[in-house]
Design a protein around this ligand. Structure first.
Ligand SMILES: [Zn+2]
Length: 102
């Protein structure tokens, strides 16, 4: 026997940037956004706090530029070329089909 009932289902209808509030939807490819997330644990000043931000392409790369600048300042006197790399956080290039993992 099938028992039917009208059920309200919540679904994602848009993903907006948490910084500039624009939609991250791109006509050709759906939602395109970067995620900044953290779940702080025992021993940290923010123990138990969870963060998740969705960033549009522009705001993601603006945040990345800010982090690169902070990194540059913190390693200003280092001779290690790795610490002066411009690829902070980059794990793959030409990975059009997300083949290199999560
Ligand atoms: Zn944005």
């Amino acid at each position: 026997m099938k028992i039917t009932e009208r059920v309200e289902v919540e679904s994602v209808v848009d993903v907006t940037c948490d910084v500039c509030d624009t939609s991250t939807r791109i006509e050709e490819s759906g939602y395109q956004f970067g995620t900044l997330q953290a779940h702080w644990g025992y021993g940290t000043q923010h123990d138990g706090e969870r963060y998740e931000m969705h960033l549009c392409e522009h705001c993601f790369f603006q945040a990345l530029a800010n982090l690169k600048e902070q990194r540059r300042v913190e390693h200003m006197f280092s001779d290690d070329p790795q610490e002066h790399s411009n690829d902070l956080g980059l794990v793959a290039r030409s990975d059009f089909f997300k083949e290199s993992g999560p």
